[in-house]
Design a protein around this ligand. Structure first.
Ligand code: UD1
Ligand code: UDP
Length: 364
């Protein structure tokens, strides 16, 4: 079994490292599309996580959705011709995911999607298009939760679906202790456990809309504790370009993106997190950090139902009010497995892919 894994954006480096470990001696080709290329969005993850250096970097970089996805498709197709993998393994919902999916679906390569079955039901979100299309052309669908399996069934997808849990949970469990012991990020930023709020913003709907971005800044400026915001480059650029936002208040500490160990340490020590990230909502849940999500909907509904996450949109008052409220949580369900998703994925690949023809393998 030869596996071609496609990654390109920050959350995919995190998701891919437990799977890379579980793949052990299996023959693999790791392709980095180059969607993220800044050191702090890319290299830092390969330096500190047990993920091999990419075998190929397509160097696609930034552009419109069409430019970026088209360039990836063309380059990935060449990789498939050269490497003849049995399986293309794609993660999540970025343009790199969709490009890998389309290439595999049109070649004699089985497509396996990690994080299948998630939906925001918001088709204006580019990631929603990427996930729906990827799921509908996948042969193997690795769903993180029972609900994701049900969502797929609701769309008529039942063959090749495997509930395995969430690989982000595996990743977090693997580094949590190391982050507590080794990260010096709190000292560096002059913060103390429980005395600050962590925030991240990068979703296009928030950064590309000046009113929403201004409301988020106002809500965070009014938070009950100082806020640390490691800013994605598109957020930094949007804040600079925004005419009506004005000076960032001192209580909002804008810093560069941090590596995964430092981020996990910051999230672990934070009193609350305010975010529009998908991955951060789950990581907050795993680390018992209450989360205020600055979006109108989430794919990770279980975290909201369990009382650990609240959706507030880009409303300044709702952001500051919810960052100040008590989160009355008694019990904690485990809807996303218990940290062995990567092992389950690899065992399933071993069972279903191999020497059998594609159709038989998928049915198996
Ligand atoms: C992408 C994903 C999003 C994911 C996020 C993770 C898509 C459609 N979006 O969003 O789902 O949550 O990654 O962080 O795939 N830029 C840099 N340096 C970089 C990369 C990007 O400065 O290394 C800037 C460029 O100006 C670029 C902009 O950020 O145009 C957006 O980058 P892009 O990769 O298109 O989308 P993300 O917002 O990062
Ligand atoms: N992350 C990080 N450093 C940061 C911000 C986030 O290492 O400064 C990690 C975070 O722990 C999570 C992933 O990046 O694993 C989430 O990525 P992002 O929010 O960019 O994307 P999303 O999950 O929304 O697709």
């Amino acid at each position: 079994m030869k596996i071609c894994s496609v990654v390109g954006a920050r959350p995919q480096f995190v998701k891919a490292f437990p799977v890379a470990e579980a793949l052990g001696a299996h023959e693999r080709v790791l392709v980095h599309t180059g969607q993220h290329y800044d050191r702090k969005l890319s290299d830092v993850f390969f330096e500190e996580l047990p993920i091999p250096e990419p075998d190929v970097n397509l160097g696609v970089g930034s552009g419109t959705h069409a430019e970026q996805t088209a360039a990836m498709i063309e380059e990935l197709d060449t990789v498939v011709t050269r490497e003849s993998p049995d399986v293309m393994l794609v993660y999540g919902d970025t343009n790199s995911t969709l490009a890998g999916a389309l290439v595999a679906a049109k070649r004699d390569v089985q497509l396996a999607h990690v994080e299948a079955g998630l939906r925001s039901d918001n088709r204006a979100m580019p990631e929603e298009i990427n996930r729906v299309l990827t799921d509908h052309c996948s042969d193997l669908l690795f769903a993180p939760s029972e609900r994701a399996v049900e969502t797929l069934a609701g769309e008529g997808i039942t063959d090749g679906v495997h509930e395995v849990g969430d690989v982000t949970c595996d990743a977090l469990l693997a580094v949590r202790e190391r982050a507590r012991e080794r990260s010096r990020v709190l000292d560096r930023l002059g913060q103390e456990d429980g005395e600050y709020i962590l925030a991240t913003v990068h979703r296009a709907a928030n950064t590309e809309n000046e009113d929403r971005l201004a409301a988020i800044v106002a809500g965070l400026a009014d938070a009950p504790l100082p806020v640390v915001l490691p800013a994605h480059p598109r957020t930094t650029a949007a804040l600079k370009a925004a005419e009506d936002i004005g000076a960032i208040p001192d209580s909002l500490q804008l810093v560069d993106p941090v590596g995964y160990l430092d981020f996990v340490r910051l999230l672990d020590g934070a009193e609350r997190v305010a975010t529009d990230s998908g991955g951060v909502q789950k990581e907050a849940f795993y680390l018992d950090t209450p989360c205020v999500t600055m979006r109108e909907e989430t794919e990770w509904v279980e975290t909201v139902e369990a009382g650990w996450n609240v959706l507030v949109g880009a409303d300044a008052d709702a952001i500051s009010r919810n960052l100040d409220r008590r989160f009355a949580v008694s019990t904690k369900p485990q809807p996303y497995g218990d940290g062995d998703a990567a092992e389950r994925i690899v065992r399933t690949l071993e069972r279903t892919v191999g020497t059998a023809p594609v159709e038989d393998a998928v049915r198996g």
